[in-house]
Design a protein around this ligand. Structure first.
Ligand code: ADP
Length: 386
């Protein structure tokens, strides 16, 4: 016991909890947002609430012991630890979107729900980047779109919500740097002119990212709401491929201006993209348009080669009544600079690539402006007269 009878401040408890790792995710409890509350009563009892998905006895017991050991130097007379499955309880749990059978009451659009309780009011436009399947270049487009918008003078954040295959830390070169947190707040990386945070920064590299539904939901929510994004013009969200839990969580949590769908030119890719478009529409999210990635290839002879049949996205866009926001060629520099964590090199090394990426960003920004205007006009205003 220390000599002084003064109770330690909750900050001291948070600081001590930063030394305790989650037994499953191997990151500290504070960074992971596991600490629900810390309270010190008048008689010095510390009450600590911990969110934990795995409520199995041994895990709980081990964590309890680790917390008690970490807090021992503070000399608290009693420590009460309350574990709760915080990420699986009612308010946090996404409600599945059910098909309207006609016999049920029409349900609330997830986006209306998100607009009512917007947790990120300082962000002007939240834009999701999705794809029907993996490997089409969704993360490449997210990263370069974010950097291009920042280079055009905007304040931009990039959130890597691809919890199953987070590649943003590699693409931004942040993998070697552990994230910082102050209390419950995650400090985003300030790199290449943007603020960025990835679920990949919160878990070990070699850890298999097998998330159960509620965990995926919790991880996404923490990344979005506990990261100190500050004021932004655009927050770009790199979604996992396909139509899983995360887009639903996002749609219920964050009011989006819209979504960008990335696809490749092949016919089979169109079907995947259609599914992604349908998903966004079902979630009440406006689709801003399509990006055709790996659209064509410019050979050393300067000629354009359409390896996969350039223009597939144009046909799909026409069918779906959507704009094509950009066509990005296969360019080895894009892959090389992604692996090297140096997206700025895409804008300084090859003028043609820089111009293609710049045009993509301007087209997205124009489309965002148009859609926001429509959204504003669609929101009824009530005038009260004397
Ligand atoms: P996704 O996020 O859809 O899984 P990625 O963005 O991770 O896809 O891209 C998959 C791989 O393809 C990465 O190695 C990336 O560098 C590469 N890549 C993506 N787009 C291009 C492109 N236009 N030209 C060359 N390589 C690309």
């Amino acid at each position: 016991m220390p000599e002084s009878h003064e109770n330690p401040a909750p900050d001291a408890i948070y600081a001590a909890l930063q030394g305790v790792n989650d037994p499953e995710l191997h990151r500290d409890l504070v960074t992971l947002g596991r600490v629900r509350h810390v309270e010190i009563t008048e008689n010095g009892t510390a009450r600590i609430g911990i969110r934990l998905e795995s409520l199995t006895g041994p895990i709980r017991q081990r964590l309890k012991q680790d917390i008690e050991d970490a807090l021992a130097p503070l000399g608290l007379p009693t420590i009460e630890i309350e574990f709760s499955a915080g990420l699986t309880t009612a308010p946090d749990q996404p409600q599945p979107v059910k098909a309207n059978t006609g016999t049920e009451q029409p349900q609330q659009n997830p986006q209306d729900q998100a607009r009512e309780g917007n947790p990120l009011p300082d962000i002007k436009h939240i834009i999701a980047v999705g794809a029907g399947k993996g490997g089409v270049g969704k993360s490449t487009i997210s990263v370069n779109l974010a950097v291009a918008l920042a280079r055009q003078g905007n304040k931009v954040g990039l959130m890597d919500g691809d919890i199953y295959g987070p590649s943003v830390p590699t693409m931004l070169g942040t993998s070697a740097y552990p994230p910082k947190a102050v209390g419950n707040t995650i400090i985003p990386y300030n790199v290449h002119g943007i603020k960025a945070m990835s679920v990949g920064s919160l878990v070990e590299d070699d850890q298999a990212l097998i998330w159960r539904g509620p965990m995926a939901h919790g991880a996404f929510r923490q990344l979005a709401t506990q990261t100190n994004w500050g004021e932004l013009d655009y927050l770009i969200i790199d979604l996992p491929p396909g139509t899983g839990d995360v887009p639903l969580t996002m749609a219920q949590l964050l009011p989006l201006t819209g979504a960008v769908v990335v696809c490749t030119p092949q016919k089979v890719a169109q079907d995947d993209a259609k599914r992604a478009i349908a998903m966004f529409k079902q979630l009440g999210i406006e689709v801003l348009g399509l990006v055709e990635n790996m659209s064509y290839f410019i050979g050393d002879d300067g000629k354009e080669y359409d390896l996969f049949g350039k223009g597939g996205a144009q046909m799909l866009a026409h069918q779906m009544g959507l704009p094509v926001l950009g066509q990005i060629p296969i360019n080895t520099a894009l892959r090389y600079n992604a692996d090297a964590g140096d997206p700025i090199a895409n804008f300084t090394g090859d003028p043609q690539l820089a111009s293609e990426l710049g045009t993509l960003a301007s087209t997205v920004a124009d489309q965002v402006a148009t859609v926001s205007l429509e959204l504003e006009q669609a929101t009824p205003t009530i005038t009260i007269r004397d």
